[in-house]
Design a protein around this ligand. Structure first.
Ligand code: GRF
Length: 223
């Protein structure tokens, strides 16, 4: 049976691009059977652009401000994704809400990473929201994108403890480190064809069962 080639990715980014780097590194390390065909950025000068270019990855800057509305902007994004043969759209530090224009062009093939354990702490500064709320466990979520903000079916989550010695920045950094682990993991599940969406729930074929001691407690019990 002909083996399919690597899953082709289109990255949608707006800022620093550390999730893009984590995905590109996973591909280079042979941990992710994918190929980044294009990085599309809506903000000129964003550092993700140089990070992509320095890796020889095609970049397209489409300033959303150049478009009269979301439909026009997303039509340009879809055209660029299709021109590069993208199969999976990966939003990585992308700061715009998307609409059906993008979503109908890539049904069940647009994913995002959010730095909180959805459905908690949707929206901006989710890491600080969790810290200020006094949460003792926070984390990150990779989810399918639908037409509501931070709402689509959840694919992968990772949790981190928050301790009394933390501040908003240490929490943000600890979450970010987990983002860089779970995003390549989630994309590899797509590459292996193991993702099955059933309403709100995502079934992962061949998923390992949680072990009884697989939990996270914060604060840790005294040894
Ligand atoms: C990350 O915390 C991501 O979850 C959020 O934006 C932050 C920066 O992402 N969406 P990146 O470094 O630009 O990938």
């Amino acid at each position: 049976m002909a083996t399919r080639g690597p899953l082709t990715l289109g990255i949608l980014a707006s800022g620093t691009g550390t999730n893009f780097v984590a995905i590109a590194d996973a591909i280079d390390a042979g941990r992710l059977d994918a190929a980044i065909r294009v990085v599309i950025c809506n903000r000129e000068g964003a550092s993700v652009i140089e990070r992509a270019r320095s890796r020889g990855i095609e970049t397209v800057v489409i300033p959303h401000r150049d478009h009269p509305d979301r439909r026009s902007f997303e039509t340009a994004v879809v055209a660029a994704m299709n021109a590069h043969g993208v199969e999976l759209v990966v939003m990585a530090g992308f700061d715009r809400l998307v609409t059906t224009t993008l979503l109908t062009s890539f049904p069940q093939r647009v994913i995002n990473i959010h730095p909180a354990l959805l459905p908690a702490f949707k929206g901006l500064d989710a890491q600080s929201q969790a810290f200020e709320y006094g949460a003792r466990i926070a984390g990150a979520t990779v989810h399918l994108v639908d037409d509501e903000m931070d709402h689509g079916p959840i694919i992968v989550q990772a949790a981190i403890p928050i301790s009394g010695s933390d501040d908003a920045e240490t929490v943000r950094q600890r979450i970010l480190a987990q983002e860089h682990v779970i995003y390549p993991l989630a994309i590899q599940l797509f590459a292996e064809g193991r993702i099955e969406v059933d309403g709100r729930r995502v079934h992962i074929r061949g998923e390992a069962q949680p072990t009884p001691e697989a939990h996270l407690i914060s604060p840790l019990p005294r040894r």
